[in-house]
Design a protein around this ligand. Structure first.
Ligand SMILES: CC(C)(COP(=O)(O)OP(=O)(O)OC[C@H]1O[C@@H](n2cnc3c(N)ncnc32)[C@H](O)[C@@H]1OP(=O)(O)O)[C@@H](O)C(=O)NCCC(=O)NCCS
Length: 183
C-alpha cells in the first residue's frame, strides 16, 4: 500500500467506547484475502443474525454480491479497521453495506461486527457509516431487515433514531428505517 493510500485510509477515524481508534474506509479488492477469516470470526449466532438462516460457509454468491456493491455507484461498502501496527497490521473488525431497494430513493443496509469486538460501540459507528453512505449517494430513506430476536441490532438502530416496525407477514422480522436529511 502506498503512502497516499494509507493517508486516505486513515483520514476517517473514530474511537470505540474503550478508546480504541477505528478507521473507516471503502472495501477494496485486496480485502478479499481476509474474507474467510472475517466470516469465521463471526459466531454461528452472529452469522444467523446477519444472514437470517444458519450459514456455515461464505458462499461465492455472497462474495460476488459484495464485489458488485463495492463498485456500483448506487451501492456502498465500508469496513472498520483496527490498525495494530507491525507485525500484526490491520484487523477488519466490522463492515456495512447499502444496496438500493425497488423503491426509489430507499436503500437497504446490512452490517456485522466480529464477535470479539462486539459490545464496544463498533455497531453504532457502522450504522452511522450506513447513514453517511446513504446520504452521500442521495438516498432519502434507509432501512434494514433485522430478526426481531436481534435485540442488540435493534438497540443500536433505536439509538440512532431508526423507527422499528414488525413485519406484518413475518413477525420474526422487524424493519428498521430512518429518513435521511440532506446536508
Ligand atoms: C448487531 C451488531 C452489529 C451490533 O454491533 P456491536 O458492536 O455489538 O454494537 P454496539 O457495541 O455499538 O452497541 C451494542 C448495543 O446493544 C446493547 N447490548 C449489548 N449487549 C446486548 C445484549 N446481549 N442484548 C441486547 N442488547 C445488548 C448495548 O447496550 C448497546 O446498546 P446502546 O447502543 O443502547 O448502548 C453486532 O452484534 C453483530 O454484528 N451481530 C451479528 C450480525 C448482525 O446481527 N447484523 C445485523 C443484521 S443487519
Amino acid at each position: 500500500m502506498n503512502v497516499r493510500q494509507r493517508i486516505l485510509d486513515h483520514a476517517r477515524h473514530t474511537h470505540l467506547s474503550h478508546g480504541t481508534l477505528v478507521y473507516l474506509r471503502p472495501l477494496r479488492e485486496s480485502d478479499f484475502k481476509y474474507a474467510q477469516q472475517y466470516f469465521h470470526a463471526l459466531s454461528a449466532r452472529s452469522r444467523y443474525m446477519r444472514f437470517m438462516v444458519p450459514t456455515k460457509l461464505l458462499s461465492q454468491a455472497t462474495i460476488q454480491a459484495l464485489r458488485t456493491a463495492m463498485s456500483a455507484p448506487d451501492c456502498g461498502v465500508s469496513i472498520a479497521i483496527v490498525d495494530h501496527g507491525p507485525p500484526i497490521g490491520e484487523e477488519p473488525i466490522g463492515g456495512a453495506r447499502i444496496v438500493p431497494t425497488r423503491r426509489r430513493g430507499t436503500c437497504e443496509f446490512a452490517l456485522s461486527v466480529v464477535d470479539v469486538w462486539q459490545g464496544r460501540g463498533a455497531g453504532h459507528v457502522l450504522l452511522k457509516e450506513v447513514i453517511h453512505l446513504a446520504r452521500t449517494r442521495g438516498y432519502h430513506r434507509v432501512e434494514g431487515q433485522v430478526l426481531t430476536a436481534n435485540t442488540r441490532m435493534l438497540s443500536v438502530a433505536r439509538r440512532l433514531r431508526f423507527a422499528a416496525r414488525l413485519n406484518a407477514e413475518d413477525p420474526a422480522v422487524t424493519t428498521v428505517s430512518r429518513v435521511i436529511y440532506s446536508l
